[in-house]
Ligand binder design. Sequence first.
Ligand code: AHR
Length: 500
Amino acid sequence: MQKAKLTLDKDFTISEVDPRLFGGFVEHLGRHIYTGIYEPEHPTADEQGFRQDVIDLVKDLRMPVMRYPGGNFVSGYRWEDGVGAKDQRPARLDLAWGAKEPNTFGTNEFADWCKKVNSAPMLAVNLGTRGPEQAQELVEYCNHPGGTYWSDWRKSHGYANPHNVKLWCLGNEMDGPWQMGSKTAFEYGRIANEAAKLMKWTDPSIETVLCGSSGRGMRTFGKWEWESLHESYDNVDYLSLHTYYGNASDDTPSFLAQPDNMADFIRESVALSDAVGASKKSKKKIHMSFDEWNVWYQTPDQVDQDEKWSVGRHQLEQKYTMEDALVVGGMLITLLTHADRVKVGCIAQVVNVIGPVMTDPGGSAWKQSIYHPFEAAATYGQGTVLHSLIDAPTYDSKSRDKASVVMVASVLGEDSLTVFAVNRDPSGQPVELTGNLRGFENWSGVQHSVLINDDLKARNTADAPSRVAPQSAETLPTLDGANFTAILPPYSWNVIRFTL
Ligand code: AHR
């Protein structure tokens, strides 16, 4: 058995967790909206056509913010098409995903759905085919109390009170050639700055998110952040980061090490932002919004499904495995251990499209494997993150060298300390984790839940929705004063909770 040592000290803290770290992302893509969230003919549909079975599952994920409506979709979106009387809304071509967009679900429906899942909208504006003017108008429509053209338009649609949307994304992945209206860093920095200015003049309480590189692997990563932030620094509050990992070449050790690359990406983006701040002699700090992250294999067949230009195509319907859940667990641990600078996070996405929740049209909704680590982190990862000093063996793989066989994040809540841990040891052995918890002698109990499966490729399906589901650990951790010993089973996600 491998051995790992964890040292924590109550006074050695990283940061309070911003609850928005555990947000979600809803895009008009595939079956996310149509037959996912919205299916008026479904047996569980409520009076607005929202699937209640989906609402129940999403609610338990406790996502305080929900990014919408894209993604690539937003770069061609006319938000005006999706409001007002449904029978007068135009159907349009969605050039991002080759689908027909009926616009029977739009901004107001989204705001209503957010309330039903206890979330708050985080809206993206179109800076691809449109610009500052339409972005400003959407802020006025959503947030201005009334007495002006756009706010009164909202009222005429049955929404007397403003939606008060606080977080606004300034476009999406504007460096990507696949993006409608993609731009150079300078072009984007200028347009983002002008849009943010008008949006903030309309509602000074809002916060804005600048698009960082659409991935760390982009040729322009670094230069993009430097230039676009230079143009917009004073009018933006967050820099966005996006990352997806897959295991297409079936190299599990390498795949499981990927969350360490996510950590590097965060550190590099923080350094770039701070460098711009330093060059401007600014006291302001830009924080990170990791508003797209997940496991996604990105195989072309996931996009080219069903007839082109049809509504609700089967697209990006990733069927998540046990090992995918371990990577998602590792990514959650990475977000927590960087909570000092990452304030917003959105798993991409939520329903059907690379999502923790899957549905059958007219049928059931179920939890994918990745649902479980997310739910645990969102539930127990609230409070103060402590430095987790880990002394454990490491391994080398194609994706990086010296990955610790155990990943750990520790969060001190009001009356509990939670240790999240992934055992990713490629030798497939259990790991004995001994912990020295300085300043925590007076706990009254301990629980240990694990997510494991002998088959790393095991998945949940409509017929077997609990094949990959958390269970109690076979042996509870032993406690001795400020020390504990726990066994982390091979290839496992672990949630160890000490009641204080
Ligand atoms: O989440 C799927 C897609 O990935 C989004 O539309 C885009 O922003 C990213 O490239």
